[in-house]
Every structure is written in C-alpha cells, then in structure tokens.
Write a protein that binds this ligand. Sequence first.
Ligand SMILES: [Zn+2]
Ligand SMILES: [Zn+2]
Length: 232
Amino acid sequence: MKLFYDFHIHSCLSPCGDEDSTPNNIVNMALLKGLNAIALSDHNTGKNCPAAMAVGKKNGLVVLPAMELTTCEDIHILCLFEKYEDLQKLENHIQDTRLKIRNRPEVFGRQLIMNENDEVTGEEETLLIVSSGVSVDEAAALVKGFGGIPVPAHIDKQANGIVGILGAFDYGLGFDIVECAGDAGVNLPKITDSDAHYLWDISEAEHFIEAETCSAHGVFEALKKLAGGGKA
Ligand SMILES: [Zn+2]
Ligand SMILES: [Zn+2]
C-alpha cells in the first residue's frame, strides 16, 4: 500500500521548533494533511517521541521514533527507528558526548518535554542544537548498530548538509539513503521530508512509500527495503 509520509518533523522540544508543535498538534496536522506516517525528529533527542507515538496510536497515524543527530562536523543526520528503546540507546550514547551548554530560552527558545495530553512534564536545560561528539565517519555504523536507519538530512541545503560541509558526497561513509527535495546528484535512494519547525510546514500528502502494512513495523521495513536498493 501507498503510505504518504513526512519523516522529518520537529516538536516544541527543539529550541527552534514552535511551541505550538505539541505531540497532539503535530499528529492532528499530519492527519489533516492526509499523511499516514511521520517521524518525530528533534535535535539530538527523542524525548517527545513516546508522547507523539501514543497520540499517533490513538488516532491512526504511524509515528516513528527518530532524532536529527548533529555530528561533530555540524552535519545533520536523520536517524529513523522502529522502536523507541533503540532510539534511547542512541540518545544515551550521544548524551555524554554532547557539549553541555545551558539553553538560554529567551535567545534559542524553550525545549519542552510533553506527555500525550500535551502537558509539560519537563524542560531540557542543556542546549540541544549543539554538536555531538559523533563524527560523520562513525555515524552510519553507530546508528545501524542500534537498529536505526541513518539518513544524511537535507543534503541539497548548504547549512548542515553533508555535501555542503564535506564538499562532495562520500559513498564510503556507509549511508544507504539520503534526504533531499530535488535531485542532489547523489546516486542513492532518497526520501523527501518537510523539516517542519512549524505545524503549517508539515508536508502535504505528496511523497509516499510502498509498505506491506500501515504500522511502525511496516513503514520501517519499507524504509529498509528502499535503503537496500529494493532488496528485502
Ligand atoms: Zn537539519
Ligand atoms: Zn531538522
């Protein structure tokens, strides 16, 4: 079946994400747009994923747990998972390597952790958008080791894109799939996402993936198949 997706959406936990981008608002907007599957991908954390996944489950939207990892070169890597426990392992790993700079909410924005009722249950105090200690050389193997799919994010953009920062796409880094809007001249399967920081920027039902079932497992298997060049 065709499942319309947007696998790169920020919530109010990202300092640059709008405070209206709560778990419920994101799920409801995705449903209004006609999407079947999304991933919640905040900068260097997955702490709002459990709430978004629970709201998705109640409302018939697949929500994959994810994060947008910042490498030490300031390259953004979208890390998609099927299970939140696996994403947590990645978060625990990078937690210790991330620079601990105190967030200044008045400058960067608040970093709100919410439950499935959109109630604030915590606030991340260290700034999430700083680089982790993970280098782009080790990122793909690290994410795959935890059971995730690493996807160099917005590779057609200069800022924080792998091509803009390294000067060219290095096929030896172990990535099997990329994220871009147009043709970035990279010979790998691609996905196209919104990178929405505001609710209204979430994708329309435009890009789809062929999956066996409309479930987190079905979508994740479809992504693995796509990343494997069509091989199961
Ligand atoms: Zn990014
Ligand atoms: Zn992003």
